[in-house]
Design a protein around this ligand. Structure first.
Ligand SMILES: *Cc1c(COP(=O)(O)O)cnc(C)c1O
Length: 468
């Protein structure tokens, strides 16, 4: 066997990466190509013969690049998508290089300890109870899934039922209560867990999408079935927070489990100025958030926390004769996540927190919110532009009024024009039955100039004489 040439393919990847990252500010933010071109560039017959590694990497990069959406750009405001902070990105490369299988402490001691340390840091940053357990999963979806699996375990255990052993057939029926404006990953998780999407009862929300505690009270009183309440810290449209503390008080009184979906909003707890939005969050039973959103860790990075570590482990843990399970005080990641073999996701999270520090995370969150405020203020100053939400966080909903009264049609057209224009990228939504442009500021590199240039582009695209 020839000595492997690591240097050539890695050098190619490094050079391409640097070229990509350093030219981000000048690239059109949306993808400029179509599927046919991409298929032509990337397609072809199954390669039969081996090819040079460097050439394969070079060809892949050249062919894929036109089909990339510059979500890493400081002017990408679509969905809620962070960029990758340089330290986290570099640590993610190392994670790939080391190629650790993080499922067992015996197999990946450094990964296990880094998750232990990072978990303790996160719990402090986010204001959660010190004893909470942590799982490093792929995203908010799996964080919600894992937390609800722990909830399912615990609520049925209290009824004398072992759901991991005996399944759901014949079990007491669980009920899930969640705000009308919950994220759809809650519904998917309920489906995956066999609770059923239809087991979710929607609780009324106010004009910003926040769950109304009195409505929750009424819903809780309707049945004494074991209940899981799913609340939200940061809604994807308005960024609004359910009053988590009040919800915990009402729900715990009724014996329910409270889960907080804080995929991006939970990071407000890291800021002394914004922490009030999450007041009472430490009283919940489980939490989901993302590293790949506001912490700006590369994909994929989700985080789940549970105030009942035993329930968390009971729902996820497994034992097998051929595995080497950690002893007392050793952390086997597979006891906290649905995956078995998996990437050592703690490394990039560790690096992101290390590079930013507590002060840097707070500053990042506050700056994004201030820039969202700047978007709202500049846009609202123009006739025919309306802001639909109270801008309490990093989300802004914008509506463009049309002379002919077709505000929905005009708003959607403006969103499409902005996407084609390339200066910035944001998506559309429908809020309370009205079309809106949805701006999310969640990238570490976004600055005032990015916002000003984007506002100018948006206003250009909103003019009645704008093209297309
Ligand atoms: C993004 C998001 C999710 C889903 O998270 P993924 O990381 O995409 O799986 C869930 N809930 C809320 C509120 C979100 O914003």
């Amino acid at each position: 066997m020839e000595k492997p040439d690591w240097a050539a393919p890695l050098a190619e990847a490094y050079e391409r990466s640097l070229a990509y990252l350093t030219t981000l500010p000048d690239r059109p933010v949306g993808s400029a190509t179509d599927r046919l071109d991409l298929r032509a560039a990337l397609g072809g017959p199954l390669p039969e013969a081996p090819q040079d590694a460097r050439e394969v990497v070079a060809r892949l990069a050249a062919a894929a690049e036109p089909g990339l959406v510059s979500t890493q750009s400081g002017r990408f405001f679509g969905f809620v998508i962070g960029g990758a902070n340089p330290a986290a990105l570099a640590a993610d490369w190392l994670t790939t290089t080391w190629d650790q299988n993080a499922c067992l402490s015996a197999l990946a001691p450094a990964a296990s300890v880094v998750e232990e340390v990072t978990g303790a840091w996160l719990v402090q940053l986010l204001g959660l109870p010190a004893h909470a357990s942590t799982g490093f999963v792929t995203g908010g979806q799996m964080a919600n899934f894992t937390a609800l699996a722990a909830a399912r375990h615990e609520m049925l255990r209290r009824e004398g039922w072992d759901v991991e052993a005996d399944g759901l057939a014949g079990a007491p029926r669980l009920r899930v209560l969640a705000g009308r404006h919950r994220h759809n990953t809650i519904d998917r998780a309920a489906g995956f867990l066999g609770l059923g999407r239809a087991a979710i009862t929607s609780v009324d929300t106010d004009d910003q999408g926040r769950m109304i505690p009195d409505a929750l009270s009424d819903a809780l009183a309707e049945s004494d079935r074991p209940t899981i309440v799913c609340t939200q810290a940061g809604g994807v449209n308005t960024g609004a927070f359910d009053p988590v503390g009040d919800i915990c008080a009402v729900a715990h009184e009724a014996g329910a489990w409270v889960h907080v979906d804080g995929a991006f909003g939970l990071w407000a707890a890291a800021s002394p100025r914004l922490r009030h939005l999450t007041a009472g969050v430490e009283r919940a039973d489980s939490w989901a958030t993302d590293g790949h959103k506001w912490l700006n860790v590369p994909y994929d990075s989700g985080l789940v926390f549970c105030a009942h570590p035993r329930a968390h482990r009971a729902a996820m843990g497994t034992r097998a004769d051929y595995l080497i399970h950690g002893g007392e005080g050793e952390r086997d990641a597979l006891d906290y996540t649905p995956e078995f073999s998996r990437r050592a996701r703690g490394f990039p999270v560790y690096a992101a927190i290390g590079a930013l520090g507590r002060a840097g995370v707070a500053e990042l969150v506050e700056r994004c919110c201030a820039l969202a405020g700047s978007f709202a203020e500049q846009l609202a100053a123009h006739d025919g532009v309306e802001i639909l939400n109270d801008v309490v966080l990093n989300q802004v909903l914008v509506r463009f009024l049309a002379a002919d009264g077709d505000h929905d049609g005009h708003t959607r057209a403006v969103v499409e024009r902005v996407q084609r224009d390339g200066t910035c990228w944001m998506s559309g939504t429908t809020w309370n039955g009205r079309a809106a442009m949805r701006i999310s500021v969640s990238n570490w590199s976004t600055d005032q100039d990015d916002v000003d240039r984007s506002v100018a582009a948006i206003l250009r695209c909103a003019r009645p004489d704008a093209e297309g």
